[in-house]
Design a protein around this ligand. Structure first.
Ligand code: C5P
Length: 243
């Protein structure tokens, strides 16, 4: 596998050319970054856990009819996915105030939101992923009206499903980020879920203790990152109870 062509290296993943046309291998690194890569570190074993957690969630989402790029997990750190043209937006879904929303709007972290809120951010490291509105998305053509509709529709369904999944194992789904891609077939494309869903891109709080079981442990120097990710995997039934 050493000869395969690297297509892209991101902050937490590397993409390689897949074995068949239209496929890609997604490799999960242990690297962790925060605040637009101003803070960098390594969480040993994170890639292995995120690969497994993301596989699990994408498989379940596929089961409820969400189209995703996931094909199959190949090994501890790699999964085979469909090649898509990534939509240059991060779609964030929030159920509880936290992080940048708390900061921007002065709402105390942990305040339940009166309704689920969907936000869009432009994927642009140089600009620090600024928040954008539907107006910007339409005006600058980052996504079509139908595409945006499909993304929001899927984001809401994914939130409903994941909130229930995590609540069932004593975890509050505070917020999370999704990325979508265009799957091209001839001259037509459709939107499918891409990237990953893991504690790197979700806020997950223990319902009893309020403990953070996500990347905020790294962002806020709380320590215990690996234990937190393992706890999420364990509760989802992906690790033996004693592990
Ligand atoms: O930082 P903020 O509060 O806007 O993050 C909202 C959610 O989106 C969090 O769960 C965070 O992990 C995720 N996120 C992400 N990648 C980004 C920005 C946010 O995964 N670049």
């Amino acid at each position: 596998m050493s000869r395969r062509r690297q297509i892209y290296e991101g902050k937490a993943k590397i993409l390689y050319e897949g074995p068949e046309p239209g496929t890609i291998i997604q490799y999960f690194k242990d690297d962790a970054t925060a605040f637009n890569a101003q803070k960098k570190g390594t969480i040993n074993g994170k890639g292995v856990l995120n690969n497994r957690i993301s596989e699990h969630i994408f498989t379940l989402l596929g089961g409820i009819g969400i189209p995703t790029h996931f094909i199959r997990r190949l090994n501890m750190r790699e999964q085979l996915v469909r090649q898509v043209e990534i939509v240059p937006l991060e779609v964030v879904v929030r159920n509880v105030a936290a992080g940048s929303m708390s900061k921007r709007l002065g709402i105390e972290e942990g305040t339940a939101l009166p309704r689920t809120i969907v936000e869009y951010y432009l994927k642009d490291d140089a600009l620090g992923d600024p928040m954008v509105t539907e107006e910007h998305i339409a005006a600058f053509g980052w996504a079509g009206q139908d595409e945006l509709h499909d993304m929001v529709d899927m984001a809401v369904r994914i939130n409903d499903f994941m909130a229930g999944l995590f609540a069932g194992v004593g975890i509050r789904l505070v917020d999370f980020k999704l990325e979508f891609g265009r799957l091209w077939e001839d001259e037509y494309s459709r939107i499918i879920l891409a990237d990953e869903i893991s504690p790197d891109g979700c806020r997950l709080w223990d319902m009893k203790t309020g403990d953070k079981l996500d990347k905020d442990r790294f962002r806020r120097d709380l320590g215990g990152e690996m234990e937190a990710y393992q706890e999420v995997a364990r509760r989802l039934g992906l690790l033996p109870d004693g592990a």
